[in-house]
Ligand binder design. Structure first.
Ligand SMILES: [Zn+2]
Length: 456
């Protein structure tokens, strides 16, 4: 397959670059095709320059199709005008890369091979024990990296742009790997006809063929919103928007992948759709908050029901529940995390955006509550692409009176016509529910659980 896609006729200089060495030529070509990497000028890739943290964040962010819009970040040394500010913040939100202990990002710091391994392991969801050596081992096991001739990984050695591109191309497309055995384990079905299988994870990549509606394929890993699939002799990428899993129409539980299932089944997730019954919550644009958040809660519940996690809802019907009874329910049911779902409202119809609250006053769960909130917030932003109003401390009863990591999400403003149009749409509500679900998984992943097979 690699021959037909990247055969000898492609052995030409990459996209006008005159300086890419042969060892990285196919890989740089591949990433240029997907608009994932760029040169330092139209003719130079500067392959031997050591890659910086900012450049690495941009390359990874483009590959995963993260939000790259330049914006304010949480780092004093990355201003909004920094070319990489958007991708840096998105990559940090997703736990792919982080700042230093002093709270700086150090965008121009040169990346080492060990740091590269950790970034790629985080970006592509490899299981590793949150150590540099674990990440290096994960990359070597998959054939993405190999050790140096001296038998070490070269953990502290700087990594050049060309080599970073090679490792990224291998992480994205197994055809580039040092060993190409791929586990296609996830049964998936196409939801539309004439669906392209592409050589890479975006519409920038060429099609290697099309499949009909309701065709079964088997999936391996995902890159951003695309899954690497196999159908017959063809392999390539399909957008997740056009794939459904067996589980999504209730046919089957996702395959139990390993013994971590027992760890997941020890966890109870409490979903708390706000308001209900006589309490409509916010109203606007012909919508009632209690209905919108119940719909989202039920959808997230359905997704979690198909995993080994336990899930309980404070309400699954249109009933009124006192605030104190919500946190009491969570405690009584042995909840491990608590997610309250709301829609916002403001007197100004212009107010828009997504925000998430956690209880920040001194308590044993403040850090995890913030982590949970950040993970869900990042997914919600990707889902609806509304204004990022941030992850904020909030003194809400359901957060304050709880004794577990807790987050209160405000999906958008029911009082804003644009936000409300998404709440009125089955399509957009489904996207939001998947986002909350994936955000919960992101939290567990950050806590060391193996949830990779559960992502939607
Ligand atoms: Zn509310």
């Amino acid at each position: 397959m690699i021959v037909s896609l990247f055969g000898m006729n492609r052995q030409v200089q990459a996209a006008g670059f005159v300086d890419v060495p042969a060892r990285a030529l196919n890989e740089v070509n591949y990433l240029v095709e997907g608009k994932i990497v760029n040169g330092s000028s139209p003719t130079t890739f500067t392959p031997d320059k050591v890659i910086t943290k900012a450049e690495a964040a941009v390359f990874i962010g483009r590959a995963l199709q993260l939000n790259g819009t330049q914006r304010a970040t949480g780092f004093p040394d990355v201003g909004m005008s920094n070319f990489a500010s958007g991708y840096i913040q998105s990559a940090v939100d997703k736990g792919i890369v982080s700042g230093d202990k002093a709270g700086n990002f150090l965008p121009y710091k040169e990346v080492t091979r060990g740091e590269m391994a950790v970034m790629l392991a985080n970006a592509f969801g490899y299981s590793y024990n949150n150590t540099v050596s674990g990440a290096e081992k994960a990359l070597m096991t998959l054939g993405i990296a190999s050790g140096l001739s001296n038998g070490t990984f070269g953990t502290d050695l700087p990594i050049k742009r060309a080599d970073f591109a090679v490792f990224m191309a291998r992480a994205i497309n197994p055809a580039f790997r040092l060993k190409t055995s791929v586990n296609f384990t996830k049964p998936l079905w196409s939801t539309t006809g004439n669906l392209n299988i592409r050589t890479g994870p975006s519409t920038e990549y060429s099609s290697v063929g099309t499949i009909a509606a309701n065709t079964q394929v088997t999936g391996a890993h995902s890159v951003g919103g695309w899954t690497y699939v196999k159908m017959g002799s063809k392999t390539g990428f399909i957008s997740n928007y056009y794939l459904r899993s067996a589980s999504s129409d209730g046919a089957a539980k996702p395959p139990a992948t390993d013994s971590s299932d027992s760890k997941l089944s020890s966890q109870t997730i409490i979903l708390d759709p706000g308001h209900g019954g006589k309490d409509s919550g916010a109203v606007g644009n012909n919508l009632r908050e209690k209905d919108v958040v119940l719909k989202a809660g039920l959808q997230v519940n359905n997704l979690l029901k198909k995993t080994p996690f336990n899930v309980k809802m404070t309400r699954s019907t249109d009933t009124f529940i006192e605030l104190k009874d919500r946190s009491a329910f969570a405690k009584d049911n042995g909840g491990d995390i608590f997610v309250s779902i709301h829609a916002n409202s403001a007197s100004s119809a212009a107010a828009t955006g997504t925000e998430t609250y956690y209880y920040a006053a001194a308590n044993p769960h403040a850090a995890d509550s913030k982590l949970l909130s950040s993970k869900i917030q990042a997914r919600m932003l990707d889902a609806w692409n509304l204004r990022d109003r941030g992850v904020k401390p909030g003194n809400f009863s359901v957060l304050r009176e709880n004794n577990m990591p807790a987050a209160l999400v405000e999906m958008g403003f029911i009082s804003n016509a644009g936000d409300a149009s998404k709440m009125a749409s089955d399509y957009w509500m489904n996207i939001m529910s998947i986002a909350i679900y994936n955000g919960i998984l992101d939290y567990y992943k950050a806590k060391g659980y193996n949830v990779n097979s559960l992502y939607k």
